[in-house]
Design a protein around this ligand. Structure first.
Ligand code: ADP
Ligand code: MG
Length: 598
């Protein structure tokens, strides 16, 4: 039998590689913008037509390419960024695999114009179907222009697979945010379908954040900083009141490259402790500088996960830096800081105005030492229980905190026990019921509100003062879409300048103080679920109202209050879940308990 193995032609190999590198228009934007950054550009213009399906154009004022390099750049494994395998461990550029351009020309019509400073004349290359259609000298400014047209023209399945223009645009904007946040000193201009969409002048990080995410960040960013032999950290975190139920505004960069890392995100959240609610996410923009040899850069081109040699230590360093920043701004002491995590001051010397005493400081804390698991042993658990401080809100009765109706029937049978002010334990028919108070409370409120909203007419009430909401570009796109529905529900909301809206009235069933957060939740929900907003509107309003009115703190409950609470909970349609679908009631069956003692 004849041999059957053959080498794939380059054009086929490139198309296969393209499947990995170029997944959607946003991938093209990412690769081309990264190349422009690597080329030392200080000014990058991005043009998007039809969410990138028709045209993606990137123009930079970077160093450009020679005629030969321009041709070479489009070949697979063609890169100027590494020469030997050793170079991989010292990589500081955004790209180095030499795959992007070859992949893009395999799945789109590409036009390239480029000129180096030292050259009189530039190069103009047109490529169709992976073949160079023409190459000519051209008069051009120093820098590079890439035009990518008719993306996936030769892969109809991929083209069909693309989502709506709004969604693809969202992905594109996300890539632009990553690049723009990672490189505030580079100016970016974005055009969309013929209009100027955004302009980010060269600046410093804080101003770049505010330009992108709106003025609401002006007064709510705390800087963080830390330096050690393992890494340098700088950036900004949001004050606790800016925490949201989504994690859109959490950005991590390593050597100015955006990446995602659950454990680092969690480290930040741990540092906030109970300054934020369990389902809330604080915004942050954290930059980590490490020796490139200490991260595994040989990652998949489109993946944003990165492996760190010192992940564990960096984790602690981030947590400490965030805690220090919160402590320094006196946010921590003013609130209930009962968390037992150690606070350390090893990253900078506290200044005199810092009120440290109300935070427990452990100067022996060493983030580089190996960590013990954060599990308390039994004795300690018991100790914690005994040492429970007095109720946080002594004057306020639990019933008033919960807005409970005093006419509700009591449940006289079962005795209830409140544990750590967080849970209620009581006897059910088939087992012990463990109830998470906050979650159960959000369920009760949700169903109450839902009923109220459904039965009330959508009369509008004026807000005390006009409320102005600043939004990002992508939020703006969404808000405009849902504006008519919001208005029909009783929100008096209008566009007010670019990326800004003003609200002068809201449905009368709503507390006016919650309006802004409810609108933001709508944007988030619509963005996430792409569902018919009218169908979801009642539910979302009720959910948001329940969330914002639900208990923030743990409160002490009297026996009869617990019984009223339980009776209200069990009148709910879905009493075992919180308003946002988390487990609120756990049944520990008597059978299971018996078994445990066997
Ligand atoms: P990589 O970025 O991994 O090296 P690419 O395929 O993205 O691979 O680019 C190949 C090469 O083309 C780069 O190494 C660089 O030398 C050159 N290049 C690409 N884009 C630009 C640009 N905008 N300006 C200057 N040179 C560029
Ligand atoms: Mg590249």
């Amino acid at each position: 039998m004849a041999d059957i193995i053959q080498l794939l032609p380059d054009s086929v190999a490139n198309q296969i590689a393209a499947g990995e590198v170029v997944q959607r228009p946003a991938s093209v934007v990412k690769e081309l913008v990264e190349n422009a950054i690597d080329a030392g550009a200080t000014d990058i213009h991005i043009t998007i037509v039809d969410a990138g399906r028709t045209l993606i154009q990137i123009v930079d004022n970077g160093k450009g390419m020679s005629e030969t390099d321009a041709r070479m750049a489009l070949e697979r494994h063609a890169t100027s960024k590494i020469r030997t395998a050793k170079d991989i461990f010292a990589i500081r550029s955004m790209g180095f695999r030499g795959e992007a351009l070859a992949s893009i020309v395999a799945v789109a019509h590409v036009e390239l114009k480029t000129k180096r400073k030292e050259d009189e004349i530039g190069t103009h290359i047109i490529i169709k179907g992976s073949e160079v259609e023409s190459q000519e000298p051209i008069s051009f400014q120093t820098g590079t222009l890439f035009q990518v047209k008719n993306l996936f023209y030769n892969i109809p399945a991929r083209r069909k697979f693309l989502r709506t223009n709004e969604t693809e645009l969202k992905y594109i904007l996300a890539e632009i945010y990553h690049a723009a946040l990672g490189h505030p000193h580079i100016a970016f201009t974005v055009y969309k379908d013929g209009d100027l969409h955004a302009k980010y002048p060269a600046t410093h990080l804080k101003q770049r954040i505010i330009t992108i995410f709106g003025k609401r960040f002006e007064k709510s960013l705390l800087s963080i900083e830390s330096e050690s032999s393992i890494c340098k950290i700088h950036g900004f975190i949001g004050t606790p009141d800016t925490a949201k139920k989504h994690n859109f505004n959490q950005y991590l960069f390593v050597n100015n490259r955006f990446f995602k890392q659950r454990s680092f995100q969690n480290a930040v959240i741990r540092a906030y402790g109970n300054l934020i609610l369990p389902q809330e996410y604080p915004p942050f923009f954290i930059f980590i500088e490490v020796d490139p040899a200490h991260i595994d850069v040989n990652i998949h081109p489109t993946k944003t996960e990165i492996k760190f040699v010192d992940e564990y230590s960096i984790n602690s360093i981030i947590e400490s830096a965030v805690k220090y920043s919160l402590g320094k701004s006196n946010i921590v002491p003013s609130l209930d800081f009962t968390d037992d995590t150690d606070y350390n001051d090893m990253f900078s010397t506290p200044q005199s105005e810092i009120k440290a005493p109300s935070i427990r400081v452990n100067t022996n804390y060493n983030p580089f030492a190996s960590h013990k698991a954060d599990v308390k042993n039994w004795e300690q658990l018991f100790e914690d229980f005994e040492n429970q401080p007095d109720p946080d809100i002594p004057e306020q009765t639990f019933a008033s905190a919960l807005h409970l109706e005093s006419s509700e029937p009591h449940v006289p049978e079962a005795t209830c026990l409140q544990i750590q002010k967080k849970y209620i334990v009581t006897q059910g028919k088939t087992g012990l019921l463990l109830i998470d108070i906050k979650r159960a409370h959000s369920r009760i409120l949700f169903e109450q509100f839902l009923q109220q909203i459904q039965t009330s007419t959508h009369a509008s009430q004026k807000t005390l003062l006009p409320i102005q909401i600043e939004v990002t570009h992508s939020e703006c796109v969404i808000l405009k879409q849902i504006l008519p529905e919001l208005q029909s529900l009783g929100f008096d909301i209008e566009e007010f300048g670019s990326q800004s809206f003003v609200i002068q009235g809201c449905p009368s069933s709503l507390e006016t103080t919650h309006v802004e957060s409810i609108i933001r939740d709508f944007i988030y929900d619509f963005n996430e679920n792409h569902t018919n907003i009218t169908e979801k509107m009642y539910e979302s309003v009720a959910k948001s109202m329940a969330k914002t009115s639900a208990l923030y703190r743990n409160v002490h409950m009297q026996q009869d209050e617990m019984q009223v609470f339980i009776s209200q909970l069990f009148q709910c349609e879905s009493h075992s879940l919180s308003a946002d679908g988390k487990v609120a009631v756990v049944l520990l069956e008597y059978d299971e308990i018996f078994k445990k003692f066997n």
